[in-house]
Design a protein around this ligand. Structure first.
Ligand code: ZN
Length: 461
């Protein structure tokens, strides 16, 4: 994942302390070095997920058949506010160890359920306990961003617990409704005061549209470090503005394809030269698996390219999106999006040692390895992640995570499920899983705002 996309056969990776000291064939082994045999496997940088709602992980799989409307109904309108601090903790703990287990060494916790300071402390507690690299993207869908961003608690949390090292970063997570008064200005100003990037669901059918991007641009808040999540239903002008201002898009192809945020946009982002990172969104409906994110992105991009060509009565003989590019997005693309390109995202001397070994001698899928990019993108899966290092520290060895996080996270998630079932009521809890029992589309999912945008009524583009 260096700039040349080098693939080295039979090479070594030497880690000293927290950093990669050398990469190359037949490296000298300093005395006392622990050796991990990677022969027959693939050593790659840890993957980077730029948008994952960890707090929802205790409800894993519950919304397998949900659309975006049903997701909004459950979390934004009906039940999301029932999460206690310990439930945010449970989801974060389970989701954070899941990320490590699957070779994701850096995860943006898009944490939009932080409705009290205690919820935020609980979210950070879990992220601190798990030995991965995280970015807390602080948000609260139950209150307006122009209100929660100005509470003393947020500033206190940032100075006391976040950004103390590159293992726990900070972003501001909120959406722009398109209200012409642009009340979100206050939250953007707080982000600027705190020197923090903004990550925002932009271009999501039924929620945010071109008006949001236009307002951000008019008021000077489109920055290079801004991350636009999904960006799946925007017009040409919005993509042009994102490209011009240097921001990046976090594409969650699995969620977009299934939930209806819009068609996974990489085929358009590529045309505009917009930087891309990948994300898994939420395990409540999707797999939260970065291998799946890579596959879903390749599938959606190639399907679109073929369909567009067929509509012109042409045949694609050479696909535009290569496996190498998709793997790059899952690693280096994430590092660039988060401003961590000098920290992680590639195996290069001087970078922090966030290293993943894919090797599974018991699997018929892990041999032969003929096309390393293709093997990562379309063959390997999380069960093949044998060893994971974060910041030079082995956190998974021989297919098992070290420590007792998994058992504790599973117990905490069970308690959360019990709590939610009790609070929601058995009838609604059962009905929540069944498509068709929701309330349909929304004018706007943002209950803190009176503004009703054109997003819900806009025709698909
Ligand atoms: Zn999201």
């Amino acid at each position: 994942m260096d700039d040349d996309g080098s693939v080295l056969e039979g090479a070594d990776v030497l880690v000293t302390g927290r950093r990669i000291a050398a990469v190359g064939p037949a490296l000298a082994v300093p005395p006392g070095t622990v050796e991990i045999d990677a022969r027959g496997g693939i050593v790659m940088p840890g993957m980077i997920d730029t948008h994952r709602h960890l707090w929802q992980t205790a409800m894993r799989g519950y919304g397998a058949d949900w659309t975006l409307s049903q997701y909004f109904d459950w979390y934004y309108v009906q039940h999301g506010a029932r999460f206690r601090p310990e439930d945010v903790y449970a989801g974060n703990l389970l989701g954070a160890v899941e990320a490590l287990d699957e070779g994701v060494t850096t995860t943006v916790d898009w944490s939009h359920g932080l409705r009290t300071p205690d919820h935020a402390e609980a979210a950070v507690d879990a992220l601190e306990e798990v030995p991965g690299r995280f970015v807390l993207a602080y948000g609260n869908i139950f209150d307006a961003p122009w209100t929660w961003s100005r509470t003393a608690g947020l500033h206190d949390l940032v100075s006391r617990r976040l950004r103390r090292s590159d293992l726990l970063g900070f972003q501001m997570a909120f959406d722009v409704t398109g209200d012409p008064q642009f009340p979100e200005r206050a939250a953007f100003e707080v982000a600027r005061d705190l020197d923090a990037a903004v990550t925002t669901h932009a271009g999501v059918r039924g929620a945010t549209d071109d008006a949001a991007v236009r307002l951000m641009h008019e008021h000077g808040f489109m920055e290079e470090r801004t991350v636009y999540v999904h960006a799946a239903t925007l017009g040409e002008e919005s993509y042009r503005l994102i490209a011009e201002t240097g921001g990046s898009v976090s594409v969650a192809s699995e969620a977009e394809s299934s939930g209806g945020q819009g068609y996974p946009p990489t085929w358009r982002l590529r045309a505009h030269g917009i930087p891309v990172s990948l994300s898994t969104d939420s395990s409540v409906w999707g797999s939260a698996d970065m291998f799946s994110a890579v596959r879903a992105t390749l599938a959606a991009d190639r399907a679109r390219e073929h369909l567009e060509a067929h509509a012109r009565d042409e045949t694609v003989t050479d696909v535009g999106l290569r496996a190498q590019q998709a793997v790059w997005w899952a690693t280096r693309g994430g590092a660039r999006a988060l401003g961590l390109d000098d920290v992680t995202g590639s195996l290069e001397p001087g970078k922090k040692a966030d290293v993943v070994l894919l090797k599974n001698d018991a699997s018929p899928v892990m041999a032969p390895v003929l096309h390393p990019w293709g093997h990562v993108a379309l063959q390997a899966q999380r069960g093949d992640v044998r060893t994971v290092l974060v910041d030079g520290r082995v956190v998974k060895h021989d297919h098992r995570l070290l420590g007792d996080h998994v058992a504790r996270a599973r117990a905490a998630a069970e308690a959360t499920v019990e709590h939610l079932r009790r609070e929601v009521g058995e009838e609604a809890w059962s009905a929540g899983r069944v498509p068709g029992s929701g309330t349909g589309g929304f004018d706007s999912p943002y209950t803190y705002s009176d503004h009703r945008g054109a997003a819900a009524a806009a025709p698909p583009r």
